[in-house]
Design a protein around this ligand. Structure first.
Ligand code: FA5
Ligand code: MG
Length: 422
C-alpha cells in the first residue's frame, strides 16, 4: 500500500472520496480531516440520534400528511457547482459559492453544502414528494451548534392543478410583503394555500416530535428569509437554552426550477406549484434529545450511542433525554496576529480559514473559537485576537496536551495563512 499524503493542500495526489477519484486543481480546499468524515454516514447509523430524528420526521409526514412522501438517504455528497448552485438560481457572484464558505474538491466539484442540491435531479427523475436526508459540508463558525459536517433533511412537495384547487385557504388571507415578495407568475391566493400547507405542517411536525409526557410545548417563531430558489421564504426558530435557535429554511419553490426539471414544452411545469424546506437534523436532535454540543454526534463512545438504543423511531413518546457523561473543565487559549499585509499572499484572510485550521489541528478537542478583539493600527495594518476554548467531551485533558496543540495551531497559522503572530 502507498503512504497516505499528510496534507491535501501540499500534495498533488488525486482525491479519493466515496469511491471516486477526483483530480485536484488550484481551487481544491477540502482537508483530510473533512474527507475522513464522509464514510461515517451518521444518518444511516442505526440508533444514532441523527438517524432517529430523520426516521421520526419521515414517520410524521408519511403517516400524518401523505404516504406519497418518498424517503431517500443514499445520495452521494460529491456534487457539481451546477447542481449545488446554478440549478438553484444562485447568482454567479453569490457569497455561498466562495471558497471561504464551501469545501471544493476542484473548481467544478464540491461536497454539497445543502440537500437542496438534489431538488432538480430528483424532480427530473419523477419524484414529486420526497424527504431526503444527507450529510452536508460547510466552512463555518466553531461553537456548540455549528459543525463543518452536518445533516439536513430536504422536504419537497409538488401540487398539480387539481391538488392546488383542493388545498384549503389559510385562516387569514396571504399578503406578500415588500421584504419577502411572492413570484410574479403566481396567483396570491395559491401562494397563500401552499405557504399555509408548508407552515402548518411544519408546526404540527414539531409538536408531534415533542410529545413526551410532561414535555412543555416547544416555543416556535417564523421569520422572513431569503433563498435564491424559493419566494416567499421563511426560517423557523425554536427556543433552546434561553435563545432562539435556527432550525430550518423553507419557502415556495421558484417556478424556473420546475421548468428546468420537468421541461417547458407541454406546460405541465407551469401548472404546478410546490414548497420545500431544508432542516438541520443535528439542531432538531439537540433540542429533542437535549444534546448540549454538536460534537457529541461524532462520538464513538458507547456511553453516547447506548443512551438511544431504546428509542422507537415510530414513537416520539419513546424519546429519551441525553445524560452527559460528566463535565470536564475547559481550557482557554488566546492567539493574536497581524493579518498578511500584501495582496500577493493570494486570498485575503478569512475567519473561516482560521476556524478550519483549528479544527484540522485540534479535531473535536476544540469547543469554541471567538473573535475577542480586532483593530487597525496607524499604518493600516489589521490585528485580530481569537479566544480558543478547548474541552474534551469524554475525558480530562492535560495542560501539556493543550499547550502542544496550541503551539501547532500557531505554527500552522503562520505557515498556511501567512499571519504574523503577536
Ligand atoms: C439552506 O441550506 C437551504 N437549502 C434551506 C432551504 C431548503 C430553504 C429548501 C428553502 C427551501 P440554511 O443555510 O439556512 O439553508 O441551512 C438550513 C439549516 O441547516 C439551518 O437552519 C441549520 O439548522 C442547519 N445548518 C446550517 N449550517 C449548519 C452547521 N454548520 N452546523 C449545523 N447545522 C447547520
Ligand atoms: Mg439559515
Amino acid at each position: 500500500a502507498t503512504q497516505q499524503p499528510l496534507s491535501t493542500a501540499t500534495t498533488a495526489a488525486p482525491l479519493e472520496v466515496s469511491g471516486q477519484t477526483i483530480q485536484r486543481d488550484d481551487w481544491t480546499n477540502v482537508t483530510p480531516h473533512i474527507l475522513a468524515k464522509v464514510p461515517r454516514a451518521l444518518h444511516r447509523t442505526p440508533h444514532h440520534p441523527v438517524a432517529l430524528i430523520a426516521k421520526l420526521i419521515e414517520h410524521y409526514w408519511q403517516t400524518r400528511v401523505s404516504p406519497d412522501f418518498k424517503a431517500i438517504n443514499n445520495l452521494d455528497p460529491v456534487v457539481s457547482t451546477t447542481e449545488n448552485f446554478d440549478h438553484l438560481l444562485f447568482p454567479k457572484d453569490h457569497p455561498g459559492r466562495s471558497r471561504h464558505d464551501s469545501y471544493y474538491l476542484n473548481r467544478d466539484t464540491l461536497l454539497r453544502t445543502h440537500t437542496s442540491a438534489h431538488q432538480t435531479q430528483l424532480l427530473a427523475n419523477g419524484s414529486q414528494n420526497f424527504l431526503l436526508s444527507a450529510d452536508c459540508y460547510r466552512r463555518d463558525e466553531i461553537d456548540a451548534s455549528h459543525y463543518p459536517v452536518f445533516h439536513q433533511m430536504e422536504g419537497f412537495r409538488t401540487f398539480d392543478a387539481a391538488a392546488l384547487q383542493a388545498l384549503p385557504d389559510p385562516p387569514s388571507p396571504y399578503k406578500a410583503t415588500e421584504g419577502n415578495p411572492q413570484q410574479g407568475v403566481h396567483d396570491p391566493r395559491l401562494v397563500g394555500r401552499v405557504a399555509h400547507d408548508l407552515q402548518s405542517h411544519l408546526d404540527s411536525m414539531v409538536q408531534f416530535l415533542f410529545a413526551q409526557p410532561g414535555q412543555e410545548k416547544l416555543q416556535v417563531q417564523w421569520i422572513d428569509a431569503y433563498f435564491p430558489f424559493t419566494a416567499p421564504s421563511w426560517e423557523m426558530e425554536v427556543q433552546y437554552q434561553g435563545k432562539w435557535l435556527e432550525l430550518l429554511g423553507c419557502g415556495v419553490v421558484q417556478q424556473p426550477i420546475f421548468q428546468r426539471a420537468l421541461g417547458e414544452s407541454d406546460g405541465s411545469a407551469d401548472q404546478c406549484m410546490g414548497w420545500a424546506f431544508g432542516l438541520g437534523l443535528e439542531r432538531l436532535a439537540m433540542v429533542l434529545f437535549r444534546i448540549p454540543d454538536i460534537r457529541l454526534f461524532w462520538s464513538t463512545d458507547p456511553r453516547f450511542l447506548d443512551q438511544f438504543a431504546k428509542v422507537d423511531p415510530t414513537d416520539p413518546t419513546s424519546v429519551v433525554h441525553f445524560t452527559p457523561f460528566s463535565h470536564f473543565p475547559p481550557c482557554f487559549k488566546d492567539v493574536a496576529f497581524w493579518l498578511p499585509e500584501d495582496a500577493a499572499v493570494g486570498d485575503k484572510f478569512h475567519d473561516n480559514s482560521m476556524f478550519d485550521l483549528v479544527r484540522d489541528v485540534a479535531h473535536d478537542l476544540v469547543e469554541n473559537v471567538a473573535l475577542i478583539d480586532e483593530f487597525t493600527n496607524k499604518k493600516g495594518r489589521k490585528s485580530k485576537c481569537f479566544r480558543i476554548t478547548y474541552r474534551s467531551m469524554d475525558r480530562n485533558v492535560t495542560n501539556e496536551e493543550i499547550n502542544a496543540i496550541q503551539a501547532k495551531v500557531r505554527q500552522a497559522l503562520a505557515a498556511e495563512l501567512k499571519v504574523e503572530l503577536r
